[in-house]
Write a protein that binds this ligand. Structure first.
Ligand code: SAH
Length: 482
């Protein structure tokens, strides 16, 4: 499901083509399309066309391609690095492909993926920067759409910036390896040199890059306490995404999905610190110490917490430790599990005339003798979101009913909110204790209680109490629930 698990059947590489010849066989638009694509490279084009149409002839004249004006034969492929069979005649294209293969030359045949050694990508060209988009032949339209989007994202000056970077490579090699050098490059590509190039001022860009080279070693590190959201990768904020891509180290909890951690740089340190069943996890003190150590080493750190970092995330202790150690930090909010759960049920957390306040709680504080304040709020109509509530479901329900909340109050429960693996349940407060018996719920579970919950959509959810009454049979049925 996550991109990290999907395997490519075609692996993209950039082939050195400068000074090589490339053959394109065909007379019409298919050949012209390939010729136009290849003309973006410095390869020498050899177009084998015995009956070229006027557009192709015009292209050949304008581009300086070599025109072989004879009926195709294998000898025409002599000494080329790549072959494109684009005659519009499938049988002929196959013959070209067979010849190429016999000569040991990689070949592409238009619209015949089974005879292709390689596929041609949709191309975003900012030479020397190239972005090649491939779909393994599944969706040329998709590839073109992506190309347009990426093209729009990248400044036309990107190629000039990359060329300037190449001219600084040797000087940058003299910087100390690791942090200092990486910071030079990230400031180069995101800072003053990039801005000057974009503004068309090459001299200023050059000066700004020189300045970055001689700048003092960068100050201490920086820690971002970042909300990773409830699980779905695309519920991450843009700011979280940017910080992730810049981070030297990523410190993350068990609930943070691998796919989000994988958005970091490939060379970033990845440090899991959270509890996963049966695995070692670090104590809060050890995590504080780790963050301080990374900060003191001058690293840019993203500390990923599930949901929002300030909701049941022990962020306060980490921030206090960082303040004390004098390490700069910032907090980036995330979508908390309660919001994801509400969205999964399309249920209003506040509802005009019904509920105008909401409570985030764990339910664990119900274990004392006195009712906490939030129980009174629940009775006066607040919507209650219970984090970490599976193991205290009976306690929560019992105490709320005892305190006067109706046993008929609506309850919604979701495991793995926001994810494709989510499971939804609905019922009443009286049904809630059955949650504790469900050993089949192994993911994180969010419970929402209140009259506003009744405004949700329960079409795709199972009754909470069914499990209790129907026993094993329903557990099997639940196993195949999406
Ligand atoms: N900071 C997090 C909460 C951490 S406490 C946030 O803002 O969401 C961990 C609890 O959050 C879990 O026990 C569960 O109750 C809830 N939770 C986190 N992710 C969840 C998810 N995808 N679905 C349901 N509940 C989730």
């Amino acid at each position: 499901m996550s991109p990290a698990n999907a395997k490519l059947n075609a692996f993209p590489v950039f082939m050195r083509i400068d000074g090589e010849a490339v053959a394109i066989v065909g007379n019409r638009e298919e050949a012209l399309a390939k010729a136009r694509l290849l003309a973006q490279s410095s390869a020498a084009l050899r177009i084998i066309a015995d009956d070229a149409d006027p557009d192709l002839l015009a292209f050949i004249a304008a581009s300086g391609a070599v025109h072989v004006g004879a009926a195709y034969e294998a000898a025409h492929l002599q000494d080329v690095a790549l072959v494109f069979a684009a005659t519009g005649d499938k049988a002929l294209d196959r013959r070209v492909a067979e010849d190429a293969r016999r000569l040991g030359i990689p070949v592409n045949a238009v619209d015949q993926p089974d005879v292709c050694d390689f596929f041609t990508p949709a191309l975003v060209n900012r030479a020397p920067v190239a972005i090649a988009i491939g779909t393994e032949g599944a969706g040329p339209v998709l590839a073109q759409m992506l190309r347009v989007r990426i093209d729009r994202m990248l400044p036309p000056s990107l190629g000039r910036l990359a060329a300037l970077a190449a001219s600084f490579r040797a000087a940058a090699e003299k910087l100390p390896k690791g942090n200092r050098r990486r910071r030079f490059w990230s400031d180069f590509f995101a800072g003053a040199p990039a801005k000057a190039i974009e503004a068309g001022d090459h001299a200023q860009a050059h000066g700004a890059a020189l300045e970055l080279l001689s700048a003092d070693a960068p100050a201490g590190g920086h820690i971002a306490l970042v909300g990773a959201g409830p699980g779905a990768e695309d519920l991450l904020t843009l700011r979280a995404h940017r910080l992730l891509m810049e981070a030297d180290a990523i410190v993350y909890d068990a609930l943070v999905p691998e796919a989000i951690v994988a958005m970091g740089r490939r060379d970033a340190e990845r440090l899991p610190v959270g509890k996963r069943k049966g695995c070692h996890s670090k104590s809060q003190e050890e995590i504080n110490a780790l963050l301080i150590e990374l900060g003191q080493a001058g690293k840019r750190v993203v500390r990923l917490k599930s949901g929002d970092p300030l909701v049941f995330g022990r962020a306060c202790e980490e921030m206090a430790a960082l303040r004390e150690a004098g390490i700069a930090y910032e907090v980036v909010p995330g979508v908390t599990a309660a919001f994801a759960a509400a969205a999964d049920f399309e249920l209003p957390l506040t509802l005009r005339g019904v509920s105008s306040s909401m409570v985030f709680t764990t339910g664990h504080d119900l274990k004392g003798n006195s009712l906490p304040d939030w129980a009174k709020l629940a009775i006066s109509g607040a919507t209650v979101a219970v984090y970490m509530g599976r193991s205290v479901a009976a306690e929560v329900a019992g105490r709320l009913i005892e305190a006067g909340l109706s046993p008929d109050t609506a309850v919604a429960v979701v495991e793995n909110a926001s994810l494709g693996t989510r499971r939804r349940f609905h019922g009443t407060l009286a049904d809630l204790p059955s949650l504790e018996e469900r050993a089949d719920l192994t993911g994180p579970v969010m419970t929402i209680i209140g009259d506003a919950v009744a405004g949700g959509n329960f079409e795709r959810s199972e009754p909470l109490a069914a499990h209790k009454h129907e026993g094993a049979a329903s557990a099997v049925a639940e196993g195949v629930h999406p």
